[in-house]
Every structure is written in C-alpha cells, then in structure tokens.
Design a protein around this ligand. Structure first.
Ligand code: 13P
Length: 278
C-alpha cells in the first residue's frame, strides 16, 4: 500500500491523535523516520521541502521516500511541503508524490484561493491529497501578530471554496525555533476546529512546548509538522559524537545519527498519540 496519501494514514478530523510530518533531507533521514514509524506502529509523513530540494534534488528525495516506505507495513505518505509555485507541484505529482501542500500565505486571499483550488484539482486528478494554508505561520519571527493568526470565518470559506483535504492554520507557532517555548491560541483552535469539516495542521511545531502540543491535539490538530527540532537533535548528537570519537568509521557516525533522529521521531509519535495507530 505504501506510499499512500494523507487520507490513507488513518487520521481523520475526529481521531483523538495527530500524525507526525517529518521533513527529510537525505537518505539517512528517510530511513530514520521509517524505522521509528515501524518500531512505534505509527503512520508517518515523509515531507520534502523547498530547501531540501535545492540541497538534494526533487526526484532523488521523492524516489528515496517511495523506495524506503515500501519496506514497511505501517502507512507512510510522501508529501511536498510549502510549494509556492505550481510548477514544482506539477513536477512532484508527475514523480508520483502522494500529497502536496500549496503555501499561498504570502499571496492575497483571492490569489491563495485561486491557486490552492488549482493545486487541489491537480492533486485529486492523480489520487493525491492537498493541504492549503490560511493565515501566516512566520519564519524565525519573535511572535505571530494578531493579523497573521487564522481568521475562523476566512478559514471556513477557504476550506469550502478550495476543497483542501487538510488545512494549515496559524495559532501562534513560528517556523524554525531551535528551542520549545511557544504557547498556542487554543481557544482560536477550538473555534476553527468546530467550524471546519477538514483536519487541521500545525506548522512550526519545534517551537511549541509539549503540553501545548497535547492540548492542540485535544482541540483538533491532526497533522503536526516538525523540521528544526530534528536538525537540532542530529547536530547535537554528531557534534558530541565526533568530538569524542574522531577516529570512528564515517558509516558508524551516520548510523548513530540515524538512531538519534529515529529516537526523537519516536518520542514525538508518542507525544502526538500516533504510536500504536498503524
Ligand atoms: P519547524 O522547522 O519549526 O519544526 O517547522 C516545520 C514545518 O512547519 C514544516 O512545514
């Protein structure tokens, strides 16, 4: 069955748990996430983002995810993260990706609706799922301004007009935080969740404290995006390991790095409640 799309992962608007979306950057990352998913009996999303495509190439990353996800029985989706151009969406779908996110948050609302609708059609024509975003989850900002947070009425209209399968909302998280210290607007989340018929997505989860993640799952978040937190774990592991074992074989260094990432992914799966759900 692998790789599969987001609706085939088993998570729904009503599930009392969320699936983890883990940004991958190379073969080792893909193996680490898939190993954690298999060990935890958890569904997982392998996410390919724009910086990773620049670093490693779109086709090599998608093909690595497809090949390695076939080695496990637990459901694994391959997902394009934060596409801002229709061209990259087309290319990824032509390579057989199962899910795409169009990030129109920098566009006007009307343009965001128009382009996201087009992406949803492109994806659905091929049996893939699509995620859109309403509101702005900033990159590296100190905090989210009130006008960047998701407006519930807009979110309802956006979901209806575009037909997205999953909707990313802005609740106070910020992309790229190396340490967790952020809380979310849980009341806003409850309001949006009550009104929207599709599962909601939390971006920038690395900066959000664990108790707020758990509350967000209780209040309606069903997909949780993690990138920076795993990079921090891997870098910290490699820095300490290389300082203490400078003569070690490079493949053992990589193996240890994969184990560190897998352990962190598994911890997050338990936090999100997805362990044992596959
Ligand atoms: P972080 O890098 O803050 O974990 O955010 C990841 C993300 O939202 C990817 O879409």
């Amino acid at each position: 069955m692998n790789p599969c799309n987001l609706t085939q992962l088993g998570v729904t608007r009503e599930s009392p748990w969320a699936v983890g979306h883990f940004n991958i950057h190379n073969l080792e990352y893909v193996r680490a996430v898939v190993r954690a998913a298999a060990a935890e009996r958890s569904p997982a999303i392998l996410a390919v983002g724009m910086l990773s495509i620049k670093y490693m190439g779109l086709a090599p990353l998608i093909q690595a995810c497809q090949t390695i996800s076939r080695e496990t029985e637990v459901p694994v989706a391959v997902h394009l993260d934060h596409a801002r151009q229709l061209g990259v969406v087309r290319e990824a779908l032509d390579l057989g990706i199962n899910s795409v996110m169009f990030d129109g948050s920098a566009l006007s609302y009307a343009e965001n609706v128009e382009k996201t609708t087009e992406v949803v059609k492109m994806a659905h024509d091929l049996g893939a799922t699509a995620e859109g975003e309403v509101g702005i989850v900033p990159h590296g900002a100190a905090q989210v301004s009130a006008e960047d947070m998701t407006d519930p009425a807009r979110a309802v209209e956006f979901a209806e007009r575009t037909g997205v399968d999953f909707l990313a909302v802005s609740l106070g998280s910020v992309h790229g935080m190396k340490r967790a210290g952020t809380s979310l607007n849980q009341a806003l989340l409850q309001e949006v969740h009550q009104q929207i018929p599709v599962p909601l997505v939390l971006h920038g989860a690395s900066g959000v404290i664990d108790s707020q993640i758990q509350a967000a799952v209780a209040n309606g978040i069903r997909k949780i995006n993690v990138n920076t937190g795993l990079k921090v774990v891997l870098k910290r592991h490699l820095t300490a390991h290389l300082a203490s074992r400078p003569e070690s074989d490079l493949l053992d260094d990589f193996e240890g790095g994969m184990a560190a990432v897998a352990q962190s992914v598994a911890q997050r799966m338990r936090l999100f409640g997805s362990s044992g759900k596959a």
